[in-house]
Design a protein around this ligand. Structure first.
Ligand code: ADP
Ligand code: ADP
Length: 232
């Protein structure tokens, strides 16, 4: 589903160069819940931005769903970006808009008719367990509820891949477990491949089948989560 071949990303800032990723090779299969773990500065966010094509690699290939991203036309790129949903540590909701508006935003931006947006939003809110909160504003919700809104928005355009950027790092342990259970349902029931980055081992142990450990722009270990982190 996602393949990185010899990917290097170098940033230049104030005449200094930083190698954020250094010759990364990685394969993420359809159906995986793939965890990328590492300390701050290891290169996890850079990896996610390359998969999302928010950034280009300095060298090497990033392939998503069978096509190398650099070879795609602008319209093919828009298409692949619709195949990827993303959720964030701080949820990134529009505070001045209702829950329903936030969830429907990708469909509104894609020019979908109003009745279609409304029907899909109702379906998504039911799926994440917020069917009665559509008219609320984000400030009226708990952290866990806000992340459910973020998840519903990410699912709006039926992605094949869900990228999770420290999606539970701002949540307490109990809320974290309920969000991870929701991610597991998304993986199983909707057949969505999940890539999550985290600095928390417990998150990997809870739901990931495969894991890559990053350090200083390198993958220092990669394999089945069970083999890498024996459960306590
Ligand atoms: P992580 O997500 O694991 O914390 P990042 O991918 O954010 O790691 O960062 C990896 C390295 O690249 C760090 O040294 C960081 O400072 C650097 N870096 C990330 N983004 C940029 C950027 N836009 N410009 C310059 N340096 C960057
Ligand atoms: P963060 O600092 O929250 O990890 P990033 O650096 O990955 O965020 O991205 C910068 C901003 O770009 C985010 O705050 C978000 O609003 C926007 N963004 C990034 N990826 C996406 C996406 N797939 N869909 C919508 N917005 C995005």
């Amino acid at each position: 589903m996602i393949q990185l071949r010899n990917v290097t990303k170098v940033y230049t800032r104030a005449k200094k160069t930083i190698t954020a990723l250094d010759g990364i090779n990685l394969q993420i299969d359809k159906g995986d819940i793939f965890g990328v773990i590492g300390y701050s500065g290891a290169g996890k966010s850079t990896l996610i931005r390359l998969i999302n094509y928010l950034e280009r690699p300095t060298s090497g290939d990033v392939e998503v769903d069978g096509l190398v991203l650099g070879d795609r036309s602008p319209s093919q790129l828009r298409e692949v970006k619709r195949e990827i949903g993303m959720i964030f540590q701080h949820f990134n909701l529009l505070e001045s808009r209702t829950v329903s508006h936030n969830v429907g935003m990708p469909l509104i931006l894609a020019g979908k008719p109003k009745h279609e947006v409304e029907a899909r939003v109702a379906e998504l809110l039911a799926f994440v367990g917020l069917e009665d909160r559509g008219a609320s504003y984000p400030s009226e919700l708990s952290g866990g509820q806000k992340q459910r809104v973020g998840i519903a928005r990410a699912l709006a355009s039926n992605p094949k891949i869900l990228l999770c950027d420290e999606a539970t790092s701002a949540l307490d342990p109990e809320t974290t477990r309920s969000i991870l259970a929701l991610l597991q349902r998304i993986n199983r029931e909707l057949n969505i491949t999940i890539v999550l980055i985290t600095h928390e081992m417990s998150v990997i142990q809870e739901i990931c089948n495969r894991v890559a450990v990053m350090e200083n722009g390198h993958i220092v270990e990669e394999g089945r989560a069970l083999d890498i982190f024996l459960r306590p």
